[in-house]
Write a protein that binds this ligand. Structure first.
Ligand SMILES: NC(=O)c1ccc[n+]([C@@H]2O[C@H](COP(=O)([O-])OP(=O)(O)OC[C@H]3O[C@@H](n4cnc5c(N)ncnc54)[C@H](OP(=O)(O)O)[C@@H]3O)[C@@H](O)[C@H]2O)c1
Length: 309
């Protein structure tokens, strides 16, 4: 799938990298990356700050991905996305913060260029002109190919796009918002901005942190993962279980799984190019990539939307 106006061709499911050095050690991370790549996946998402909540510290996810790329020698077959702006060491999107961050990311990833460089979140303390000019300079220097935004409000995203157009600055080609079957704020006003400006939507938490895989059930044992308590707090309610019921039904009809159906629903929404999801085993990866072959009918899409509406 072509990513908006770029020359990047990406797999329909982007592999999330926040699990590397967290819920997966390095060997487990390599297994997941190998399984995704073997299934045809080429689009990997990480951030300079990932790992800050682990003993390995921030940068750990990029470091693992970098060592995997080096050992597999497959850099040219990948689209690598990373982010700047939420480092504990130097947060924000000032020229100095971006300049420092890109050097660290390139070094940890062991690559010469980042394909897609996201502003991890808006920075209202730094003028947009400063961030966009710095991103433009990185593109000219070949350190970054394209830039994108994550966690922006519709209003600020629109402002950044207008400014880039009127001032000839680097323009965002994609948006990475929090969006899945149970988190629908994106549909209110961000989707319209993405549609109007032809941005690719690459939503994160595609599986609602694992809830939409169907392994959380009201009467079942809690899954053994550090995510379990927060997932339970967010989604153990009538709406969450109604979504699971609809996912089960559609998955049965396709001989598939709730995880794959949840991601296929997301991929079918207007403006969405490729959902992001992570996995902690090759078996989970197989369910995620299965979403890329699933075509849901209009009726199934409506049934799912309504169940979690
Ligand atoms: N831009 C941002 O601010 C932002 C914020 C958050 C995340 N992200 C990006 O989005 C990616 C995805 O988010 P996420 O990884 O936190 O959440 P997610 O994709 O919604 O959930 C993934 C988790 O669900 C579980 N899972 C996945 N497939 C499964 C299956 N088939 N069966 C059972 N369980 C399954 C795994 O965790 P367990 O095995 O541990 O249960 C997996 O790590 C991240 O890795 C990161 O790259 C971006």
């Amino acid at each position: 799938m072509r990513l908006a106006s770029t020359d990047l061709d990406v797999f329909r499911l982007c592999l999330g990298g926040n699990v590397f050095a967290w819920t997966l050690d390095e060997d487990g991370s390599f297994e997941v990356l190998d399984a995704y790549f073997a299934a045809g996946g080429n689009f990997i998402d990480t951030a300079d700050s990932y790992g800050h909540w682990t003993s390995a510290g921030e940068g750990a996810s990029e470091r693992i991905i970098g060592r995997w790329i080096a050992s597999r020698g497959n850099r040219d077959q990948l689209v690598i996305a990373t982010k700047v702006g939420m480092s504990r060491r130097r947060p924000g999107l000032s020229q100095g913060a971006i300049r420092q961050a890109i050097e660290g990311s390139l070094e940890r990833l062991g690559v010469e260029t980042v394909d897609l460089y996201y502003a991890h979140r808006d920075d209202e303390q730094t003028p947009l002109e400063e961030s966009l000019s710095t991103f433009g300079a990185l593109i000219e220097e070949g350190k970054v190919r394209y830039v994108a935004a994550s966690n922006y409000s519709a209003q600020r995203l629109q402002r950044a796009l207008e400014l880039a157009a009127s001032e000839g600055l680097a323009s965002f080609v994609a948006l990475q918002p929090h969006y899945n079957l149970l988190e629908r704020a994106y549909e209110r006003d961000l989707a319209e901005v993405c549609a109007r400006w032809s941005l690719a939507c690459v939503p994160y938490y595609g599986l609602a942190r694992g809830f939409l895989s169907g392994k959380y059930r009201p009467d079942g044992a809690m899954p053994d993962t550090p995510r379990a308590a927060s997932v339970r707090e967010s989604y153990f309610n009538e709406r969450g279980f109604s979504a699971l019921e609809a996912l089960d039904e559609v998955a049965d009809a396709h001989g598939s799984t709730p995880a794959a159906v949840a991601l296929a629903w997301l991929a079918a929404q207007p403006t969405v190019l490729a959902p992001i999801a992570s996995a902690t085993s090759p078996a989970q990866v197989r369910q995620l990539v299965d979403s890329a072959r699933l075509e849901l009918s209009e009726q199934e899409l409506l049934r799912l939307s309504a169940a979690a509406g």
